[in-house]
Design a binder for this molecule. Structure first.
Ligand SMILES: [Zn+2]
Length: 130
């Protein structure tokens, strides 16, 4: 399981409230992910946490057959790099896709949250499956 650090705690707190929150730079108006102390676009320390749309598209994916223990009950599963509507790319599990093929590329997805232990974790679902 991911462990929260001082930089990532707001992300996990948001997830526990079923919200996808990522950093936004008030200096250059760009979104930033993963969490960090300074903007990856302009290096300003002007990052604030905002709720993202929870929508994106599959940019790349793999099928995980041998998962780490915390996710073994899900295997095999699709692990995708999702390009958020806001721009940043984020890795996550795509639920409800048993036998993926290349048609997953660019497929629209929406976020939802699954409990892993006492932490809610963002996962993705094909928009066409909702
Ligand atoms: Zn910036």
């Amino acid at each position: 399981m991911p462990r929260a650090t001082p930089e990532t705690q707001p992300f996990w707190d948001g997830a526990n409230a079923n919200m996808l929150t990522i950093q936004h730079c008030t200096a250059c108006d760009e979104w930033v992910f993963y969490p960090r102390e300074r903007c990856s676009h302009c290096a300003a320390a002007a990052l604030e946490w905002r709720q993202a749309s929870g929508r994106g598209r599959i940019w790349s994916f793999i099928v995980v057959h041998r998962a780490e223990p915390a996710f073994a009950d899900l295997a095999p599963y699709v692990l995708a790099v999702v390009e958020l509507d806001e721009g940043p790319r984020m890795t996550g599990i795509v639920h409800g896709v048993a036998a993926p093929d290349t048609s997953l590329i660019d497929a629209p997805v929406i976020v939802r949250f699954d409990a892993r232990g006492d932490q809610q974790v963002p996962v993705w679902q094909l928009e066409s499956a909702s």
